[in-house]
Design a protein around this ligand. Structure first.
Ligand code: PLP
Length: 450
């Protein structure tokens, strides 16, 4: 093995002495390994480095640790489940806790989104949703409805379905021809019209009308579904323009197209509701979720579908499998135990409602960053905030990268960056004092990378 930078004694798994073998995902590996950002422990709102230095978690890990880190009840539930039932197949067999979790999730979902299909990640959820949408049209004798319409700047994970309907060029351009027959709505961001909007911008509902153009081009009879994130997270936090999602729903209804909300980030409280669908008063046909369902503790994802979609599959001989799809770890017992304990924390601590109550204070704090060097936009929604910085003339994304790196090493904060946008989404247990601390640290970081 080639010698990566030595850190500490061999066999100390919390601070390894050879960093070469792990090819890190979505990471600038060489820069990381030259100056690693290693985390050994976490509790509530903080991570801790091998030296014991606290790092305030401004990103809920990867938008997933909504209940805060290492919550005792969640830890105990996972430990107890591991001792009771480590694994059981969910193909032709099942376990009680899976049904309980599915019912709890269905209860939180709007309208008649009553049935839950489990997988293990947001990427699997997006691909599962696309497959269910296509297969549904087969049950309706409309198997030619195979097109899926995504949106520019959308992120739906890294499976081939997800990157095809997603709208991030770097995630698509080196992976061949992708899924055929997709098209994209325009993204909803326009700095000239929307900069420094608090929450949902006033401008942009009309962008949903582009779906009419796409329908005119391909014909509704070829389109299975539209998939969008209610708030685009990964491409820099783009709250939906006021009225946009309702308009999208109306146009989908007009042409009989299924509407999929990818709620992998917005689900489980991030916007102040169990799902953003509730915030916007729009009932999609399919919702994808992951991340917050277990507060990031054990991988879990899933797809919630409306009753008529589920029921459409429940025909034919009863010994025949209705949907040829699933994962070995769909509804893994440890993930189910983690989900149940996490949903209890959300309910018992009113974390979704609390997010709604904190939203204004969060936005007030965030908007104090206006006027700092290079700040060209600020966007907020629920407990999410983004500060967009102008790019260094020589290198798009470099200022953002430096902000993330210096934030961690010098200012004790973890944030996500996308290009030159700093995205912040703390655990929903964040206190008002900690909101102040997070925003102060971001301000210091922004000045440091001026
Ligand atoms: C909206 C959305 N969909 C899908 C995904 C992919 O989730 P995962 O990384 O768990 O596959 C993400 C991840 O950030 C996401 O934000």
């Amino acid at each position: 093995m080639s010698g990566a930078r030595g850190l500490t004694a061999a066999n100390d798994v919390s601070a390894p002495n050879d960093l070469s073998a792990w090819w890190l995902p979505f990471t600038a590996n060489r820069a990381f390994k030259a100056r690693p950002r290693i985390i050994t422990r976490a509790k509530d709102m903080h991570y801790y480095t091998p030296e014991g230095k606290p790092i305030i978690d401004g990103s809920a890990g990867l938008w997933c640790v909504n209940a805060g880190h290492n919550r005792d009840s969640i830890v105990s539930a996972i430990q107890a489940q591991a001792a009771e039932l480590d694994f059981a197949p969910a193909f032709q067999f099942a376990h009680g806790i899976g049904f309980t979790v599915a019912s709890r999730i269905a209860e939180l979902a709007p309208g008649d989104l009553d049935h839950v299909f489990f997988c293990n990640s947001g990427s699997e959820a997006a691909d599962t949703a696309i497959k269910i949408a296509m297969a549904y049209w087969h049950t309706q004798g409309q198997g030619q409805r195979t097109r899926v319409i995504g949106r520019e700047r959308g992120y739906h994970g890294v499976g081939f379905g997800g990157i095809s309907v997603g709208g991030i060029s770097a995630n698509r351009k080196v992976f061949g021809t992708l899924l055929s027959g997709v098209d994209h709505l325009p993204h909803t961001y326009n700095r000239a019209e929307q900069a420094f909007s608090r929450g949902e911008p006033e401008w942009g509902a009309h962008l949903a009308d582009d779906l009419e153009r796409i329908v005119a081009l391909h014909d509704a009879s070829t389109i299975a579904a539209v998939i969008v994130e209610p708030m685009a997270g990964s491409t820099g936090v783009l709250p939906p323009p006021k009225g946009y999602l309702k308009r999208l729903r109306q146009i989908c209804d007009k042409f009989g197209i299924l509407l999929i909300f990818d709620e992998v980030i917005t689900g489980f409280g991030r916007t102040g509701f169990a799902f953003a669908a509730e915030r916007y008063g729009v009932v999609p046909d399919i919702i994808t979720f992951a991340k917050g369902v277990t507060s990031g503790t054990v991988p879990m994802g899933g797809v919630i579908v409306r009753k008529h979609i589920h029921d459409a599959f429940m025909t034919g001989p009863e010994h025949i499998i209705e949907l040829f799809h699933g994962y070995t770890y769909s509804g893994h017992p440890l993930a189910c135990a983690a989900a149940l304990a996490t949903l209890d924390v959300y309910r018992d601590e009113n974390l979704f409602e609390r997010t709604r109550q904190l939203e204004d204070k969060w936005a007030d704090a965030f908007f104090t960053l206006k006027g700092l060097p290079n700040v060209i936009d600020i966007r907020t929604l629920g407990l999410v905030g983004a500060v967009e910085l102008s790019s260094r003339p020589d290198a798009v994304g470099k200022r953002g990268f430096e902000a993330m790196e210096r934030g961690f090493h010098e200012h004790g904060i973890m944030v996500r960056t996308t290009g030159d946008t700093i995205a912040v989404s703390p655990p929903l247990i964040v206190t008002e004092d900690q909101i102040g601390e997070i925003v102060d640290k971001i301000a210091t970081t922004i000045r440091a990378v001026a």
